[in-house]
Design a protein around this ligand. Sequence first.
Ligand code: GN1
Ligand code: MG
Length: 361
Amino acid sequence: MTHFNATGKLDFTTLLEVSGKFRHMHHPVSIKPIGSGHIHDTFLVVDSTGAEFIIQRINTKIFTKVDGMMGNIRLVTHVLLKQTQLSVKLIHTHDGHTTLAHYTGFWRAMEKIPDCITYDQITDPRLAAEAGRALGQFHWLLKGLPSGAFFETLPNFHNLKLRYSALLDAILNSSPERKNEARIATLFAQKHIDELLKLDNLIETKKIPLRVVHNDPKINNILFNKQGIALCMIDLDTVMEGSLLHDFGDAIRTTCALANEDEPDISKCGINLELFKNYTKGYLSQTAPMISALEKANLSIAPAVLSFTIGIRFLTDFLQNDIYYKINYAEHNLVRANAQFAQTLFILNHQKEMEQIIQET
Ligand code: GN1
Ligand code: MG
């Protein structure tokens, strides 16, 4: 596939042209940005009949192998739709493809499930239980698929050892100003890396199995209906082989967070243990028959590992002058890193309580 430089201007006329290349979109009347993802450009299209669609320009600087990624998504959505009728529904172009190569970049389109909601943060324990149930069901329904046959869309995505080594490289190559600003965060990373490599080691030594997992199950990647029922997981770009512990950890990192992912006041960061209890209950209600004893024993450390790993990635991006994540202001990635590290510390300090909650569930 040709690699496009996704720089084209996305005015209404261009977006209209892109929408027109996909089936079912009849005379769009409104096209507006939607969502809070850090990677792609996402738009809501409403056509003259009131039907809603999503079009998305794929960030090909990050997802360089679009075909492999879309192949994974087609496989997973096929399996999920067969069993639940609820999942992302890709829309084909008029000539039958699930991606469109356009001069502004690579695009895909999806049906929008009517009346659904996403949350960047929640406080309602019932929503946490539903979110846990949704991830658990996702793991359960995909458990029969051979994970090794999946395309490795982003190699070593949650490999903390490599993420840490990328951080060390970034420190060496960063500007003196940014290095100085990142000093406290860098010290935190150095101090905690060894204890948090525990999951990596268990995976490397094959004590923890690899499965088909989502790899980015943060709370805003779940669709809810207005009654608070979780409908399905979205943003399937990173579905590939991985550990369910990475998914559980990443989900807790955002679903049960006491503060936003980019909270500047780190004293507010931590985990709401009531939400944690409910999420865990929802998750294990679906996965109890498949989860191993060792996986279960590591559910309490996984949220610390994931908060730490994502913090390291934010910090690395800050030191590299923000080449990966979208930012809203100059220090945004550093603020995000500090918030993730504060959350990591909170989890490490509450290990016993979290462990007890898991054992009682
Ligand atoms: C990115 O696309 P989005 O915003 O859901 C990132 C995740 C991080 C997350 C941090 C492909 O997810 O790994 O956890 O930001 N996705 C990729 O919020 O790097
Ligand atoms: Mg994403």
